[in-house]
Design a protein around this ligand. Structure first.
Ligand SMILES: Nc1ncnc2c1ncn2[C@@H]1O[C@H](COP(=O)(O)OP(=O)(O)O)[C@@H](O)[C@H]1O
Ligand SMILES: [Mg+2]
Length: 198
């Protein structure tokens, strides 16, 4: 029964991922709203900590790193990168999440882990659909190899860039750059008095 349940859950995630990619292909246009990536980062980290209480997950995300985009999609960037940092690294190893406004019109987010790092020379291939270092689905703890393709699709739809590299001191580092929200978030009016009509 447990196996059937696990397999059903895996199939559910696969279908969900395929639908997400199909939607990104069909409807790449988003209706942007101001989204604070720092808030999303902390929320995603809280989820990851609950899933993996054995991990030290450090988050440095000052409020006010605002981009224009789809909050649900932007949240998924963090979920997918954190999930990888959990499943593709040894148990108990630490994870660091950073969100920062670069001051140059971009918000930079990084997810760094302390695992074995990316397979040599595969820093671009990992973003391809169905690409997995482990090969066969019976090996490794990841999914179907769609998580990073979804991240790349979402980042692209938001006019940003994503890259993966190995940290000189070990572990994988995923870096996402997104254009900062152009104008300040419009303030909510203090009163709801209707404007005069002419
Ligand atoms: N943090 C990481 N450390 C090492 N390898 C990684 C990491 N994240 C992703 N990878 C490699 O990239 C592949 C593709 O990742 P992804 O698209 O999320 O697929 P999945 O996690 O379903 O395998 C993974 O199978 C793994 O080989
Ligand atoms: Mg994954």
């Amino acid at each position: 029964m447990t196996r059937i349940e696990q397999e059903a859950a895996r199939m559910g995630v696969l279908v969900e991922d395929l639908l997400t990619l199909a939607r990104l292909d069909e409807l790449p246009d988003i209706e942007p709203v101001p989204v604070d990536l720092a808030v999303l980062a902390r929320d995603a980290v809280d989820d990851a900590r609950a899933t993996a209480p054995d991990r030290t997950i450090d988050v440095d995300a000052p409020t006010g790193s605002v981009v224009a985009g789809d909050p649900h999609q932007l949240r998924q960037i963090f979920s997918n990168l954190l999930r990888n940092a959990l499943v593709h690294t040894p148990a108990g190893s630490a994870i660091d999440v950073r969100v920062a406004d670069t001051g140059a019109g971009e918000v930079l987010l990084t997810v760094r882990d302390h695992g074995r790092g990316l397979p040599d020379g595969e820093a671009d291939a990992i973003f391809e659909r169905f690409w997995r270092a482990e090969g066969g689905r019976e090996r490794g703890a990841g999914g179907a190899g769609l998580g990073l393709a979804i991240v790349a699709g979402i980042v692209g739809a938001h006019g940003g860039q994503v890259a993966a590299a190995n940290h000189p001191d070990g572990g994988a580092v995923f870096t996402v750059r997104l254009p900062r929200q152009a104008r300040p978030v419009p303030a909510v009016p203090a009163t709801t008095a209707p404007s005069a009509t002419s």
